[in-house]
Design a protein around this ligand. Sequence first.
Ligand SMILES: Cc1ncc(COP(=O)(O)O)c(C=O)c1O
Length: 486
Amino acid sequence: MLPFKSILKFDKNSAEAVYKQIASQLVLLIQKGILMPGMQLPSTRVLAADLGLHRKTIMAAYNALIAEDWIVSHERKEYRVSTLLPIIKPRSYAGQARTNYTAEAPFLFNEPQVRTLAVLSGKHKLIVDDGFPETDIFPVERIAEEYKKLLTHHTLKKASSTWSIGGSKFFKDELAAFLNDTRGLNIEPENLIVTRGAQMAIYLAASLLIKPGDKVLVTSPNYFLADAIFTQLGAQLIKVPVDGEGADVDAIESALINNSIKLLYIIPHHHHPTTVTMSSVRRVKLLRLIKDHQLSVIEDDYDYDFQYQHSPYLPLASGDHNGNVIYIGSLTKVLGANFRLGYMISGVDFLNGALKLKSLIDLRCDVLMESTIASLMQSGEFSRFIKKANKLYNHRCGFTANLLSNELPHLLEFVKPQGGMALWLKFKQEHSLAGILNKASSLGLKFGGSTYLKKHNLGYEALRFGFASIDENNIEFAVDVLKRTL
Ligand SMILES: Cc1ncc(COP(=O)(O)O)c(C=O)c1O
């Protein structure tokens, strides 16, 4: 018999139950071949006396091992290491191990028309992003506390017995109330479905609307991953310009007169990439056009929650549009890119169609995270967190804008946005942005957000400078590096 007393160690003060500690060590002894298949183990009474533990503790350990097929018991009198250990031994059919997967697939497949998203490595001192939130102010403890409350066998069983493809009732109730309060909407929970981020919602809505050859109105430039969806679905993009007041609504009107337009995709708040907020005059005119032309619209309001003026503009969806506006938003700009919570608002039959489509690629929502956030919404903490973040981002926006105008007026120009998390920096003709990016990279600064070079035919070169996630020291560092690239 092995000297179990000196081999098996346990800590009665550990968070892990003693029987589990004993069981895991016995598994290790079996895996290492120290306890061989068929070998007899000491009786529960003997091992308990040896280790100075209660016999029930050893029984619990043995029972756990029996449940996992590591050991077998003969009428609970004799315990032996199983001769059929639960270890998976892969067998090769070909006789020798080889990899089947090389860089190139042996079959043809439909390559999506989407540019590969850059992998951001950690080799730079600073990465300036596209406009993501500050993770340092994230209420980590409260989220963990609420999430932990949900991690019970009962909740897991209950959650796994429902489909909830479009979101849990608790979250939808709280989210609908939050959106009605903050955006002047007037919706019921059945008017919304939950998606994994706004991106999925845009894809679902567009897929339900677009057939190959359909014409879709977009701005130029536009959020490139929305354009990629429409192109992937076979749409023809009709482009309208964006100026200091947002999308050119007169150009939208003439496009509507001259073409049969299936869909308008628009970002009225902090347009991506240019950050411009559409003026109220244009919003009123656009709402009239939407009604007159019965125009289907995707309103992408990805970062509505961050507006720096005292009386923020409400979304088009809160105006009079006869149900033509499909309103899409995201919590990823509040919570951070790691939390994939977005939503789509529309009429019930359209949402049912979206749910059918969603069920082909995603059978459930992240119900535990939904409930966690719903609890924070219910207690008011979610809104207070947005207020706190808004204040910080407003400050960082001003700080970055001041620094850039003081330090780099000869290199670039921009208009300070009315909200959001990024500045749209347009570089003066005489400077090559590609050259600046290369030099900045060698000095430890990477621009990870949307960048528009000459080849994109915009007539100027520009990039998004996400200020929300970086502190003042790092903003200073970024501006200093830009200065040193000259
Ligand atoms: C304009 C715009 N719409 C939609 C999205 C997608 O948001 P989400 O992360 O919620 O999928 C983004 C992401 O940055 C965006 O910039």
